[in-house]
Design a protein around this ligand. Sequence first.
Ligand SMILES: NC(=O)c1ccc[n+]([C@@H]2O[C@H](COP(=O)([O-])OP(=O)(O)OC[C@H]3O[C@@H](n4cnc5c(N)ncnc54)[C@H](O)[C@@H]3O)[C@@H](O)[C@H]2O)c1
Length: 294
Amino acid sequence: MKKTAVITGAGSGFGLETARLAAKRGMNLVLVDVQADALDKAASEFKDVEVLARVVDVAKAEPMEALAAAVQERFGAPHFVFNNAGVGSGGLIWENALSDWEWVLGVNLMGVVHGVRLFTPMMLAAAKADPGYSGHIVNTASMAGMLNPPNMGVYNVSKHAVVSLSETLYQDLSLVTDQVHASVLCPFFVPTGISQSHRNRPGEFAAPKPTKSQLISQAQTDKAVSSGKLTAADVAALVFDAVDHDKFYIFSHPQALAGVQTRLEDVMLLRNPTDPFIDKPEIGAALRAKLRAD
Ligand SMILES: NC(=O)c1ccc[n+]([C@@H]2O[C@H](COP(=O)([O-])OP(=O)(O)OC[C@H]3O[C@@H](n4cnc5c(N)ncnc54)[C@H](O)[C@@H]3O)[C@@H](O)[C@H]2O)c1
């Protein structure tokens, strides 16, 4: 029987590259994105596998419920669910508008919530019905879910929540089954469309005029994302490596884990949070100077 992959944010970046690898494995593809032109283009690539492409805003409960029903009807329970769609927003945490919080938490957190609450029961039912069934859910968080880099707090909050959700999912699954697994993807900066995610910001969450800190954050993110050395295809390969070998944590840049260690030592030693620019003080000094200038 053919396996099925459900991939959100499939029109670009990690989602698209993961879809390409799933197609190489002969899986049926359920491709989900909010950007119709990108989704159409992605879907038209895949000639040799069955494709169900749906324009869905992952933040919205009802369209996600309709998606899950359509997947069940067409393919049955999926074997691989990649809750990956995500957007970014920066700036000092008290300057974010309510619409920033609602948009980013809606996509980055509630999108994963919907994917987990709708597809996990289908996968558990399939596991019960067939001892040969095996399923895997991968949620995309970020290194920003492991660290708290300054001047991008809304994103950090959303991604820490996804790490928490995913670790809990892993533990909860292991209470009830050996056939459905979970992983969390925590990439560092990789060139994709993420720093331009405002292209898909819905009118209902329109952004007010950006503040100085938000403009600084946007410029820094543009630079960091575009100068990343790994590719989205490299990250997609890591995702399937984790699925194949049942690895929970997927880190694109293991060297960035030194910062996680420092953070956890801060906690364990009851030490105040370490300066994130400790190894590059000139960058911290430049950022402070820019933010403090009138
Ligand atoms: N690229 C990086 O440096 C990086 C680092 C850490 C984490 N991430 C995370 O990786 C994930 C994938 O992002 P990417 O880097 O491939 O960026 P991307 O912008 O190339 O792809 C994200 C896709 O999600 C779609 N999307 C946005 N809002 C949506 C919504 N409401 N419903 C459905 N689809 C929606 C976009 O249209 C886009 O096709 C995101 O969760 C992002 O936060 C990226």
